[in-house]
Design a protein around this ligand. Structure first.
Ligand code: PCA
Length: 195
């Protein structure tokens, strides 16, 4: 089995995206599963194209995308993606869609094809919670677009949002230590490969 794990670059005036740093803490293998990584720009369209291409080039069986969800207190596997792009801020290309579908004529929503509840459980003592919304920004677009593209294939697709980390100095916002997030993602990947 091959799992591709993706992260986003920094956006919204930040200099850090914790997901990019999490990748540096992930091993190359988990059990018998090969783990590959990719960082994509926080841009509508390009992020989806790049991840789709990488899954196909590497013949990955599973893709787990990571994104920052500033303000959340938990590591949150996403249950669902919806067919809308409704951005409160521009993406890293300056594009700010409002009420635009990810896929014209596509279904309203797709459920993640990863075992999201097992992933939450696998985190054990690390703060984790199932999320029922991936938002309406670039992360939701990536999850929706991948689920749409790989619908009806054996490729399984999921998304995990993570909180801010200490280095981002958000004194008034919840945060987690980078190492704890990385350990949480490792545990979630174990749950994926066991499923
Ligand atoms: N989080 C954003 C996009 C990139 C990221 O890390 C989101 O939740 O849509």
């Amino acid at each position: 089995m091959k799992i591709l794990v993706t992260a986003f670059d920094a956006f919204d005036g930040e200099s850090i995206n914790p997901t990019e740093q999490v990748l540096n803490h992930l091993p190359g293998r988990i059990g018998r599963v090969e783990i590959s990584q990719l960082v994509v720009p926080t841009k509508f369209g390009e992020s989806l194209r790049r991840v789709t291409e990488a899954v196909e080039e590497e013949s990955a069986d599973v893709v787990v995308c990571l994104g920052q969800a500033g303000g959340r207190e938990h590591i949150t596997p996403e249950r669902v993606a919806i067919n809308v792009m409704d951005a409160e801020i521009p993406d890293n290309a300056g594009y700010q869609p409002v009420d635009v579908p990810v896929v014209e004529g596509g279904p309203a929503a797709y459920f993640s094809t990863l075992p999201v509840k097992a992933m939450v459980k696998a985190l054990g003592d690390i703060p984790a919670q199932l999320s029922n919304t991936a938002g309406t920004f670039v992360c939701n677009q990536l999850l929706y677009g991948l689920l749409h593209h790989f619908a009806g294939t054996d490729v399984r697709v999921g998304f995990v949002h993570v909180p801010y980390i200490r280095e981002q100095n958000k004194t008034d916002k919840p945060m987690m230590e980078l190492e704890e997030i990385a350990e949480g993602i490792k545990r979630a990947l174990w749950a994926v490969q066991a499923s």
